[in-house]
Design a protein around this ligand. Structure first.
Ligand code: ZN
Length: 343
């Protein structure tokens, strides 16, 4: 039942695959930029040789893959969308690598019956997120909102390939270069609270618990916070999810020393590398509890919620601090993986 519930969430979230990309390109570049500044000289050299770019530029690659669309004749093509293209220009000479990756990771996951139209977006879109109920205290594969092609599984698969092992199915990661492009992105996604945890709601806007009820009311779906809106959060895209994708504007897209220093203070792992991905997800669920505290959800129509805060200014201030901490953690984690592989 948990699997069915998860599939429903995956299905619904896929409609918003582009906006739900977790951190904008600036966030993914910041994470890579932090890691670049924490690499050993050997790791730095290996990254440059393998990717041709530093981790900072590599961060957005996996979102650029979302510009690969299935054409009417069934073939895949990279379709330039001016809105999403700027961070993808470093890869313009090798779009075939993105098409190739997408083709190998297109349909190798289970879609709910009748979801063929949604499947046109490709299974690899689901690698970017989990939807664990925010009430949970840890990541567990048995919980609703998880599956074998989710963010935690995809991160582990990419780590395996970097360690010289095959990627477990349904993942098809052809080499270390592809694995590193994937990791440079997903380690960032893993630190965005709304990309790991989700608010499941009842029609009154109270938190529902899919792990207790074993059902999810599709009429209350929020698509990972993409259907929750607050006009005051951001100009343009006012979705709650998007507000958490946004990074503090003063950070730009290259990590300042202050942020790198926060990353340096992140404790190194004591557990084996195979467990890191689930440990990070558990950590992010705890952060998501903060991100979803002191908020009130109100259903105003199909696929449309509003959110309000007991103290908006305090909430936004807290969110700003959380984002800096999460970006720093992601940068430190990415560096730790790469330094582990190439000490
Ligand atoms: Zn992503």
């Amino acid at each position: 039942m948990a699997r069915i519930a998860a599939s429903v969430i995956v299905l619904l979230s896929l409609f918003l695959a582009k906006p739900a990309s977790a951190w904008g390109p600036d966030g993914h570049r910041l994470v890579g930029s932090i890691a670049d500044q924490l690499l050993t000289p050997n790791a730095k050299q290996q990254v440059k040789t393998l990717l041709g770019v530093e981790l900072r530029e590599a961060g957005p690659w996996l979102d650029c893959v979302k510009s690969v669309h299935r054409q009417n004749d069934g073939s895949l093509a990279y379709v330039v969308d001016p809105q999403y293209e700027p961070p993808c220009t470093p890869f313009a000479n090798d779009r075939n690598a993105m098409i190739d990756y997408a083709s190998r990771n297109w349909i190798d996951c289970v879609y709910p019956e009748g979801a063929s139209a949604t499947a046109n977006l490709g299974c690899h879109n689901t690698y970017h997120f989990d939807d664990v109920a925010v009430q949970r205290d840890k990541f567990d594969r048995n919980y609703a909102g998880t599956n074998d092609h989710d963010l935690v599984a995809a991160t582990n698969a990419a780590i395996a390939v970097l360690l010289g092992r095959p990627a477990p199915p349904p993942f098809d990661i052809k080499d270390k270069k592809e694995a590193l492009f994937i990791l440079a992105h997903l380690v960032g996604d893993m630190a965005q609270p709304l990309h790991v945890a989700a608010p499941y709601l009842d029609p009154n806007g109270s938190l529902a618990d899919p792990d207790v009820t074993h059902t999810i009311d599709p009429s209350t779906e929020t698509a990972g916070g993409n259907w929750i809106h607050d006009k005051a959060i951001t100009v343009g895209n006012d979705a709650f999810h998007h507000a958490w994708d946004d990074t503090p504007s003063d950070l730009g897209d290259t990590a300042p020393l202050a942020l790198v220093n926060v990353a340096k203070a992140v404790p190194a792992h004591t557990d084996r590398i195979e467990n890191w991905s689930a440990i990070w997800a558990t950590d992010t669920i705890a952060v998501a509890k903060q991100a979803m505290s002191d908020v009130t959800y109100t259903k105003i129509g199909p696929r449309k919620w509003t959110i309000s805060f007991s103290d908006r200014a305090a909430y936004l201030q807290s969110a700003d601090a959380i984002k800096r901490q999460q970006l720093a953690k992601a940068g430190a984690r990415l560096a730790e993986i790469v330094n582990h592989v190439w000490p």
